[in-house]
Ligand binder design. Structure first.
Ligand code: KIV
Ligand code: ZN
Length: 386
């Protein structure tokens, strides 16, 4: 693996599926997994096998059909979870067990009613046990975002000694600032003994809207895997959005970090997940929202019609959107009206345009958005065509 390649670990089917009110059946999960494999993700976290017979069945079914990606199952640091996960992954070409435990004082004292040394021991034992089933074991230090760095480094060292291939550093509560999260990854990269044997992974939640920024800071500071979901779905405010981190890296080539993602599938993938889960995507969602490439004010429309790059930093085709939309509203100018009129078959002279534009404005003040039928009506009822 090139040192500049960022592994994309998709957890739409595990952390993403923890969205309140959303449940996918096994067939829907298999369809999504097939598409994720086509998209080029490196790892598909297919579920939490011990959590229910349905989840076990889904992980097993996904393991059978995925051709390229590693298939991963989540566990707690509990022997039975690990054994069940290994069983569900037995058909996978490239199986990975993702095991771990909470490491912040709040998790250690309140959730586990334990102490730091005992948690290190459990982390070690869990990874060692997972290693008895599969070669590829990822360890997560839950709430690493609020775990002090020195202790976190000791936990990571224990996981590496037990054979972990990936160390997941989750900002479980979405609390970190990008500078803090980046500094945490840098600290681990520089201080964990044996770190060259494993890669660091970013797993950021979006409670403060910082998941994408934190993941990018993580890889700039040495992490080599990002855990994310399509449309950023997940618990509470969600996870890092796959489409966002992938496009940040693509649009900033000087970072010299890239992924294996076929970006032209991003829009279709977003729609598939949104339709299957019944979760509507906000129109202004970066990259895949309905308005991500729509221009409605006159100044912007004029700029985009002259040269798309004036107001667009991404070619919509790169993410699977056929073309930018010039939306006609009462804020639109003559350039946009002429452009849309041309698309439906009218080549207007400057004088004709002045006349049609006056008619258009009075129409647009009454109607929020002007569609192609309205354009025909506006032109046909303008003086110039009578
Ligand atoms: O957010 C988190 O800490 C997690 C772990 C279970 C990996 O999802
Ligand atoms: Zn999570």
């Amino acid at each position: 693996m090139s040192n500049n390649k960022i592994q994309i670990f998709d957890t739409t089917l595990r952390d993403g599926e923890q969205v309140p009110g959303c449940k996918l059946n096994s067939e829907q999960k298999v369809v999504i997994a097939e598409q994720l494999d086509q998209l080029g993700v490196d790892v598909i976290e297919a579920g939490f096998p011990v959590s229910s017979p349905g989840d076990f069945k889904s992980v097993e079914a996904i393991s059978k059909i995925v051709k390229n990606a590693t298939v991963c199952g989540l566990t707690r640091a509990v022997e039975n979870d690990i054994k069940v996960a290994a069983e569900s992954l037995k058909y996978a070409k490239k199986p990975r067990i993702h095991t771990g435990i909470g490491t912040s004082d709040s998790h250690i004292l309140h959730k586990f009613k334990s102490n730091r040394e005992a948690i290190i021991e459990r982390a070690f034992e869990a990874v060692k046990y997972a290693k008895s089933f599969v070669e590829d074991v990822e360890f997560y230090a839950e709430d690493a975002g609020r775990t002090d760095n020195e202790y976190l480094a000791r936990v990571c060292e224990a996981a590496i000694r037990a054979g972990a291939t990936v160390l997941n550093i989750p900002d479980t509560t979405g609390y970190c600032l990008p500078s803090e999260y980046g500094a945490k990854i840098k600290y681990l990269k520089e201080n964990v003994k044996g770190i060259e044997k494993a890669i660091l992974s970013c797993h950021c939640h979006n409670d403060l809207g910082l998941a994408t920024a934190n993941s990018i800071e993580g890889v700039i500071n040495g992490a080599r895997q990002i855990e994310c979901t399509i449309n950023g779905i997940g618990e509470r405010a969600g996870n890092t959005a796959l489409e966002e981190v992938v496009m940040v890296l693509k649009q900033h080539p000087y970072l010299n970090l890239d992924t294996n993602i076929n970006t032209s599938m991003l829009f279709g993938m977003s729609q598939l997940v949104s339709d299957s889960m019944g979760i509507y995507t906000q129109p202004n969602k970066a990259i895949v929202g309905a308005n991500a490439f729509a221009h409605s004010s006159g100044i912007h429309q004029d700029g985009v019609i002259k040269n798309r790059a004036t107001y667009e930093i991404i070619d919509p085709k790169d993410v699977g959107v056929t073309e930018s939309a010039i939306v006609l509203t009462a804020r639109s100018g003559r350039a946009a009206l002429a452009y849309r009129a041309k698309n439906v078959g009218y080549e207007l002279t400057k004088l004709q345009l002045d006349d049609v534009y006056a008619n258009f404005l009075s129409f647009a003040d009454r109607k929020k958005e002007i569609n192609d039928n309205d354009i025909h009506q506006i032109i046909e009822t303008s003086n110039v065509y009578q």
